[in-house]
Design a protein around this ligand. Structure first.
Ligand code: CIZ
Ligand code: SF4
Length: 303
């Protein structure tokens, strides 16, 4: 089957199975192109719970499809590539978090959305890279265990200095590998470009940024900005939308290392196979789901 045949089959299967396809901002161009909705993990989960379709094909990594299932338990959520995981999410387990909670019994627990359902279930509230500052500010406790991203945690700790943020040692392999010297190099090549950086990058890089934000915030910032050139400090998948929305602006990836191999696993073929065989369904223990949902609902209340 060539690409057009696969697309035709996918569209046919979508109708037959009453499915929608959602894709994360880090997915490959072909997948973003065919998706009904492209966005960050939380926007996608909310979209999935709002649509009538009974089947969701979630093109992203495991914790994202899980979040969709947490919010839409009666829908079938398919993850086209069963082993597309997030190494950062796997850097904290529920058991390790329980132990940390015993060490700091008075602390609140905030988990980044990049975490497993089991870890969300052990947390008081969830956050995304868009709302992390707002969520932490809204918590009435001073001590906050923040899991799993040490870089996002450091960014919060600097921005909300009246809180005591207890950092976890997790990190995103993709964002964390970029060094100051890489940024210096690309800035020399494009000295008049604005530097837009995701808070999963190392703190030294975040300090150099003209703007710090989530994928959605970076995409919105570039669209509204009067500037014409931007260095993009997040996974390369966002370039698809940035270029499509802003044909007259120039975008340069901060480092060629900004590629998440797990995000790149999903292909048109894996979407087709998932739908055809209705395979790779996300299943959750109901007790875990309900507890994890509380952490997500609390986040929703604050915004
Ligand atoms: O929440 C997401 O989708 C992630 C992982 C990144 C972002 O900034 O959107
Ligand atoms: Fe996880 Fe990083 Fe890949 Fe996002 S880019 S899914 S945080 S490994």
């Amino acid at each position: 089957m060539d690409k057009n045949d696969i697309i035709r089959k996918i569209l046919q299967l979508k109708k037959e199975k009453d499915a929608v396809i959602v894709a994360h901002n880090y997915q490959v161009d072909d997948v973003q192109e065919i998706a009904d909705m492209v966005g960050d993990s939380f926007a996608l989960s909310k979209y999935c719970s709002s649509v009538d379709s009974q089947v969701i094909v979630f093109c992203g990594v495991h914790f994202m499809a899980e979040s969709a299932k947490i919010l839409s338990p009666h829908k079938t959520v398919l993850l086209p590539e069963a082993d597309a995981g997030c190494p950062m999410a796997d850097m904290v387990t529920a058991e390790a978090l329980r132990e940390e909670k015993r060490k700091y019994p008075n602390a609140a627990v905030v988990c980044y959305i990049n975490s497993t359902a089991e870890v969300k279930a052990e947390s008081d509230i969830c956050c995304t890279s868009s709302n992390a500052l707002k969520i932490v500010e809204a918590i009435d406790k001073k001590d906050i265990i923040f899991v799993p991203d040490q870089n996002l945690g450091s960014y919060i700790a600097k921005a909300v200095p009246d809180k005591n943020i207890i950092l976890w040692k997790g990190f995103c392999v993709t964002h964390h590998r970029v060094k100051v010297s890489d940024v210096q190099k690309i800035k020399e090549l494009h000295p008049d470009a604005l530097l837009l950086i995701h808070p999963e990058c190392r703190p030294e890089l975040v300090d150099m940024a003209d703007f710090v934000g989530s994928t959605k915030q970076i995409i919105d910032f570039a669209y509204k900005s009067e500037a014409e050139k931007f260095i993009i400090g997040t996974e390369m998948g966002v370039l698809y939308k940035l270029k499509k929305d802003n044909p007259d602006k120039m975008f340069y990836l901060m480092s060629p290392g900004l590629l998440c191999p797990n995000m790149k696993k999903t292909s048109l073929r894996s979407i087709y196979e998932a739908l055809d065989k209705m395979q790779n369904k996300i299943e959750l223990d109901e007790d875990i789901r309900l507890k994890a949902k509380k952490a997500l609902d609390r986040m929703l209340e604050i915004g």
